[in-house]
Design a protein around this ligand. Structure first.
Ligand code: HEM
Ligand code: HEM
Length: 216
């Protein structure tokens, strides 16, 4: 007997695959010095990360940080062969938090970064000194290398589950659905209006930053 669950809601899947599209675009535009486009895409990234954080607080059960950020006990138990639970397992949960933190941090440094000749800068660099903006640029360069490493690990972990544990994680991230053994209760899905209620402030935040974060 198996149950087909709706594991990942549409917002989680849309945000995930948009990350996958935007990251190469950010790399390409950043390296090529196409910075107008880079900054626009970077601000979309900020909106997405902000949305995912809000969704992690109030969204569907499997999207919530409280459901997958687990303590050392749960992590050790899982590593010793204990239950993975539905959604992100206790190890994967932390990797999700780290990826979101790195993406948010990277975009955050981009906001304050100024390139070496001072011609191109993030929308908040006017708030800090030249030296601070220069350090932000250095952190922004370093941050990207860290992101590449963590995403390399992310993809390696998914391959490991596929090839060694014979567990296909990718299809559920595309369709949202996953078949599990036994009769299992459907995790609670959040309504569409709540996704819109999270998307509006996230988009507003990115827009406000793009204007230089003016205060009234
Ligand atoms: C390139 C940049 C990528 C980034 C920034 C990224 C980031 C993330 C994040 C933040 C999550 C957590 C999803 C959530 O709860 O919101 C996640 C999960 C996941 N990602 Fe990625 N990802 C990337 C690439 C990929 C690729 C190329 C694949 C496919 C091979 C993939 C497959 C998955 C899967 C299957 C999960 C769910 C894992 C689980 O079942 O716990 N990701 N990813
Ligand atoms: C997760 C999001 C982001 C990623 C992955 C990313 C990645 C990159 C990369 C790879 C470069 C090229 C670095 C080099 O010269 O080697 C770059 C440069 C730059 N980025 Fe981003 N970026 C992101 C977000 C942002 C945002 C939100 C802004 C500002 C709105 C921004 C502003 C800049 C600026 C001003 C540069 C030029 C700095 C320099 O000359 O080195 N970035 N970025």
């Amino acid at each position: 007997m198996t149950t087909t669950l709706r594991l990942w809601d549409l917002p989680v899947r849309l945000v995930h695959w948009t990350f996958v599209l935007l990251l190469p675009a950010l790399w390409w535009t950043g390296e090529e010095g196409d910075l107008d486009r880079h900054k626009t895409i970077g601000l979309v990234m900020i909106g997405l990360v902000a949305f995912r954080i809000l969704w992690g607080l109030v969204g569907s059960a499997t999207a919530r940080f409280a459901s997958f950020i687990r303590g050392p006990g749960a992590i050790l138990a899982y590593l010793r062969g204990g239950p993975a639970g539905l959604g992100h397992n206790p190890v994967g949960g932390w990797s999700v938090a780290i990826m979101l933190l790195l993406l948010g941090g990277q975009a955050g440094f981009g906001l304050f970064a100024q390139d070496v000749d001072g011609l191109e800068s993030g929308p908040l660099s006017y708030l800090v000194s030249y030296d601070a903006a220069d350090s932000a640029r250095e952190w922004h360069n370093l941050g990207f290398d860290l992101i590449l490493i963590v995403i390399g690990l992310h993809i390696a972990a998914i391959l490991f589950y596929r090839l060694v544990k014979r567990d296909n994680l990718v299809t559920p991230m595309i369709t949202g659905k996953r078949e599990v053994e036994g009769v299992v209760a459907q995790p609670k899905l959040a309504p569409a209006w709540l996704a819109i209620a999270c998307a509006l402030p996230a988009a507003g935040f990115a827009w406000w930053i793009s204007k230089g974060a003016p205060l009234p």
